[in-house]
Ligand binder design. Structure first.
Ligand SMILES: [Zn+2]
Length: 155
């Protein structure tokens, strides 16, 4: 028996309120909703987080199918949230403890936002403004170097 709570939910060992499922992805209601209908979209494969998803030459055909199915389910749940609740929706994906991830099994939050409902959580836009253009450019250079390194590694 896995000690991963999401693997246990997907296996049916822990009950959940399921909204959607297919061969590769399951969506169910979050037990601690930020808004009514707050859903989690979870791949059946246990990938720890978005950064650990196989890419490039390391990705098998099944990995690629799961990646595609995951995006399709996120799209479907978002469209359904808009239709069901008549407003908008937020996507939230937390990678790593520092990113606020509390369950180490990749998942996307789809949070319906009904008209007149609670105001979306503040993401503190502008809370980390750059002290200078040079600082901004240094951050961008560091980010670009990591992107180039990942691409060079085929990831
Ligand atoms: Zn898991």
């Amino acid at each position: 028996m896995s000690d991963c709570i999401f693997c246990r939910i997907l296996a049916g060992e822990i009950p959940s309120t399921r909204l959607y499922e297919d061969d590769r992805v399951v969506a169910f209601l979050d037990v601690n909703p930020m808004a009514p209908g707050h859903a989690l979209v979870v791949p059946r494969r246990h990938w720890t987080d978005l950064a650990s998803v196989p890419a490039g030459a390391a990705a098998s055909a099944e990995d690629l199918e799961t990646r595609a199915a995951l995006f399709e389910a996120v799209r479907l749940l978002s469209a359904a949230a808009v239709r069901a609740f008549g407003g908008g929706a937020n996507l939230l994906q937390c990678t790593g403890v520092e990113g606020g991830q509390t369950v180490p099994h990749l998942h996307f939050h789809v949070i319906p936002r009904a008209p007149g409902g609670p105001v979306p959580p503040a993401f503190e836009s502008g809370a980390a403004r750059y002290a200078s253009d040079a600082e901004r450019d240094a951050v961008a250079a560091r980010f670009r170097a990591a992107i180039e390194a990942l691409r060079a590694e085929g990831r």
